[in-house]
Design a protein. Structure first.
Length: 187
C-alpha cells in the first residue's frame, strides 16, 4: 500500500525572491507564513493615513540621518518564511540595494478591515523577532486609534492612543500627534 506524503510547500525568503523576480512591477506581494500573498490596491482613506504618517515620521527621521518610506519588505533571520510589507518603514543607514530591510527602526501598519486579524496577529509576532525594531505602530483606519508597541528590556509594551494624544518617539527625538495622522479625514 502506497502512502502519500504531504510536502511542505512553504517558500523561504530566498525562494520567494526568485519567484517574485518575473512578476509584473504593478503587483504588490508579501510573503506570509511561506505563502506569497497578493496585496489589493489600498483604499484612498488608507493611503491618506499612510501619507500623513510617512510625512510626519520622515520630518522627524531626516535630521537623524534616517528616512520614512512605504513599500519595503521586512526580513528577520528568526523567521525565514516571512517578508511582510508594512505601510511605513523608518530605517537609518545607507540606502538599500533592493526593497528588503533587515534593520527597521520603526514600522507602521495601517489596518484595513480585510487584513486586521493578520496585521494584529502573525505580523506582530513576526515584527517582534526583528532585533533592530524599537517601535511598531498599529493604526486603525475606521476609528482614531493608534496602538504603540514598544520594545522593552525583555518584552514589549503596548499603549492605545486616541485623537487627543501623541505618539511619543524617543528614538526619533520627537512625537507625532494622533490628530495629524488622521488629517483630512472624518469619522
Amino acid at each position: 500500500m502506497a502512502l502519500a506524503v504531504k510536502r511542505d510547500a512553504r517558500m523561504s525568503v530566498a525562494e520567494y525572491r526568485r519567484w517574485l523576480e518575473p512578476r509584473p512591477d504593478g503587483e504588490r506581494w508579501e510573503l506570509l507564513d511561506g505563502e506569497p500573498v497578493l496585496m489589493a490596491p489600498p483604499r484612498e482613506r488608507h493611503q491618506r493615513i499612510v501619507m500623513n504618517l510617512a510625512g510626519r515620521l520622515d520630518s522627524l527621521a531626516e535630521p537623524r540621518g534616517c528616512r520614512a518610506m512605504p513599500g519595503l519588505a521586512i526580513l528577520s533571520a528568526a523567521m525565514d518564511d516571512f517578508a511582510p510589507v508594512p505601510d511605513v518603514v523608518v530605517r537609518c543607514g545607507a540606502p538599500l540595494p533592493d526593497g528588503y530591510a533587515e534593520d527597521p527602526l520603526l514600522v507602521a501598519e495601517v489596518l484595513s478591515p480585510s487584513t486586521m486579524s493578520l496585521d494584529r496577529g502573525r505580523k506582530i509576532d513576526f515584527y517582534q523577532t526583528v532585533p533592530s525594531l524599537a517601535a511598531l505602530l498599529i493604526v486603525y483606519s475606521d476609528e482614531a486609534r493608534v496602538e504603540v508597541w514598544r520594545r522593552a528590556e525583555t518584552d514589549w509594551t503596548v499603549a492605545a492612543l486616541g485623537l487627543d494624544d501623541a505618539v511619543m518617539l524617543p528614538e526619533l527625538d520627537g512625537a507625532v500627534p494622533v490628530r495629524d495622522i488622521y488629517r483630512g479625514l472624518t469619522f
